[in-house]
Ligand binder design. Sequence first.
Ligand code: SAM
Length: 282
Amino acid sequence: MSPNNKATLFLVATPIGNLNEVSPRCLDVLRSVDVIACEDTRNSAKLLSHFDIHTKTITYHNFNERQSSKGILSLLEKGESVALISDAGYPLISDPGYLLVNEVIDADFDIVTISGPNAALNALVASGLETSHYLFYGFLNAKSSQAEKQLKELKDFPYTLIFYEAPHRIEKTLQLALEVLGDRKACLARELTKLHEQFHRGKLSELCELHDLKGEMVLLIEGCKEEKAPDQDELLEKVKALVDDGQRAKDAIKQIAEAHHVSKNELYEAYLKKKEEDDGSF
Ligand code: SAM
């Protein structure tokens, strides 16, 4: 099973709702490894018993990753193969496993990923928002003041933003996103792959009118569409490029000031100052 016949850590994505999304390869791996390391053995027991899988399970703890990683490394050292699964979707994606993967890389064992469902991607492709570039952020901080800071950092980011959110926090998060990012296009994808899957698409202000939102959910928000106005140094660089190309400084300043809707006189003064500072070489 391992490409190099070495002990292998399999990172196995499992269903995010609909158990029919499990792949034959996923089942093969879960049946054939020596141990399955679960985020929560009780949650994974439902999946494993549904597919009549009786592989030994152990817990891989989020709150004690270092200790849990050591245990898994010692299994790999004994030549045993291990599958890491989370409660749903990909391990490591807003779920434990990052530390383990790095320790397994350092110890030079093989790592194999078994593809499967992921809530962020399921939501993105049906959201109607730009898919060519996006940022998966995961969960915002549970404290509003921290979440506000995080959103401010993302404000100018031009690509679709993807957040995981809990139902008891979603109304606050939508309100905060509206305040910090403005009234952008957004989509709230709920209960993906399940019976009551639902996509709420609209402006953030419209999503803020939804109440009693239940179930698991992904919030997607359009990236920043406002063009950032160039600062003065950038404008002066543009003037310099035209002057270097042979234009008279006065004409170059007029052209750049008009193109960027800034004062011609202020740009001229800044140009003279910069020229003086740079000893005429500007
Ligand atoms: N590892 C998972 C993945 O690859 O998608 C994510 C795990 S994270 C702890 C759980 C969060 O993922 C939920 O709070 C929700 O935001 C999102 N999520 C998971 N399953 C979902 C589903 N069926 N529908 C919508 N969102 C889901």
